[in-house]
Design a binder for this molecule. Structure first.
Ligand code: FES
Length: 107
């Protein structure tokens, strides 16, 4: 079980928990945080854009080329930060328990 500290799109601080290893997007989507996950995790909608807390960002795998391209495209509509990630590309497991993220504004 992994814990996620999230600031929702509405600015509310919440703690969510996953029941097993799964994409971070699914926990955020199911927790009604503002993440929609419209493409189902195919890295093509950008509705799972989050800002990862700096102390956690370095613990994540590098962005894939597809993720980087999607984030670059999002940059035309919303702020994209060095710690921006697509939550569907982050596999949540025990090693990431406690990760802190903020849901980015809607693009
Ligand atoms: S769910 Fe569509 S890009 Fe992440």
């Amino acid at each position: 079980m992994a814990r996620v500290e999230v600031v929702t799109r509405d600015g509310e601080s919440r703690t969510l928990e996953s029941t097993g290893a799964c994409p971070l997007m699914e926990v955020l989507r199911d927790g009604s945080t503002g993440v929609e996950g419209t493409c189902g995790g195919m890295c093509s909608c950008g509705t799972c854009h989050v800002y990862v807390a700096p102390e956690w960002a370095g613990k994540l795998p590098e962005r894939s080329e597809d993720e980087a391209m999607m984030l670059e495209a999002l940059g035309d509509f919303v702020e994209v930060r060095p710690t921006s990630r697509l939550a569907c590309q982050i596999e949540l497991d025990d090693g990431l328990s406690g990760i802190a993220v903020e849901v980015a504004p809607e693009a």
